[in-house]
Design a protein around this ligand. Sequence first.
Ligand code: 16G
Ligand code: ZN
Length: 544
Amino acid sequence: MDALSRAVNEAQKHPRSLEQELSYGTAGFRMRAEKLDHVLYRMGLLSVVFSKYKSGTTGLMITASHNPEEDNGVKIVSTLGEMMPMSWEKYATQLVNVSDALIADSLKDIITTENIDMSKPATVMLAMDTRPSSKALAQAATDGIEALGGTCKNFGLLSTPQLHFIVCCENTQGQYGQPTEEGYYQKLSAAFGKLNSGGSKSKYRPQLYLDQANGVGALKMKEMCKFLGDGLEITSVNDGSSGKLNNQCGADFVKLNQMPPAGINLEPGMRCASFDGDADRIVYFYKTSGGKFCLLDGDKIATLFAGYLSDLLKSSGLKLNLGLVQTAYANGSSTSYITDVMKVPVACVPTGVKHLHHKAEDFDIGVYFEANGHGTVLFSNDAQKAILDQSKKTGLDEATRDAAVKLETVMNLINQTVGDAISDLLVVETILSQRDWACEDWDLAYTDLPSRQLKVKVEDRTVVQTTDAERRTTHPPGLQEAVEGLAAGYKNGRAFVRPSGTEDVVRVYAEADSQQNADQLAYEVGVQVYERARGTGDRPSPPS
Ligand code: 16G
Ligand code: ZN
């Protein structure tokens, strides 16, 4: 039997039981786990075809990240550890939506269009998060991979960024590191050890309280700590031993509710951080001596990274351009600070890691972060070479050389393939330690404008269309003018509206000079969305 007939035959074990049309979006496919069996089988098939197309090992990650434990999802990883290209998303969508009988036709279509040599070998690296549904879904994916004659390397539980890292190592012949979980710990911990070789501090304390969302990050951070030695003391909270995944905890909970997660009794002087469910996001938080909860989100992490890298660049005598990439969710104060004070160029792109990652490639050193805590730093090939050369050059004065060596080491501490909570944590701790900063010092750079996010249910969210990196709507008519009119009524007022890529809702974001004004503006904009985009269910209610 040829591979395509086998793919159809095996599909009987994973029949499509769902009439609803699905689409491969910013987060791959994501929904209630019980609906995903045939999706995983078919993504197993596609990851094999994609591996043949790329002539390399691809990855398949099973996770629904910060979503509830009952959800799950799948994303395909490309050979350098980056996301599957957007041009392939339509194939994923098409393959998942055809009837069981049409699987072979759909595959043939992709193979012919992309001119794929099916006689090439294919390998797919598979990993999953800790959701109860993940194991069965991994089996469905494996069945898909093997039906098309691919080799499946199942890594079991990994964080999303670990899988991206391992896929990248595998396809670059070990240049990026060893393609194993241990290789990941070794590379990062070695760099961390070099950058944190002691010295007495007055403000920085190497103690961190870490909320791990009851997810896979807890298991992996525990492993990492074995490699870190006693350089950093981590008090583990929400480690999965009792609580439920992402329930009252995790980066998304802390960011949206602006409050500490369950399990952390926050006191002044404590430095805390939260991972999300698959450990590709991180936010920090602390409490001032006056008792105020303060969040250090993706924007604050981005400015911390960019400030540090920019100083190292200056001291190392390297002329490389550094830029920062954000989305419309970035707090207005952060954008002003980066532009006016740091004098670093900043670009704004639509929501979703693939957009940020892509834009960051325009710079020699591109720092990208979403406000929600997903981000990393990319170094172009030229930049990597220049940094390596400089760190090895003879005849430089000590300070210059030292800065170049530090840059090289930080580069090894960063997971460039995708935002990585563990790697980002180690970079933040390194910078705070080297600057001898407590959270308050870090937070001094700028003060966030108060903000509010809302979601509005509408009949069809695709009626809301946006432009200018989602900062303005082009449809329905009149909505943009209404939003602008409302925002103009508040000091520092700014608001935007966009359809969610992961949920059936329209999202509203507003910021203004006070929390009360941000809440009110969000509410007023929410009402406009409800009225102009055919809202369903309850109208947004005024802030209490
Ligand atoms: C996904 C994206 C994240 C984005 C979020 C927005 C990736 C890996 N993840 O989780 O970057 O912030 O979706 O969700 O791209 P939304 O469209 O529902 O607001
Ligand atoms: Zn995540």
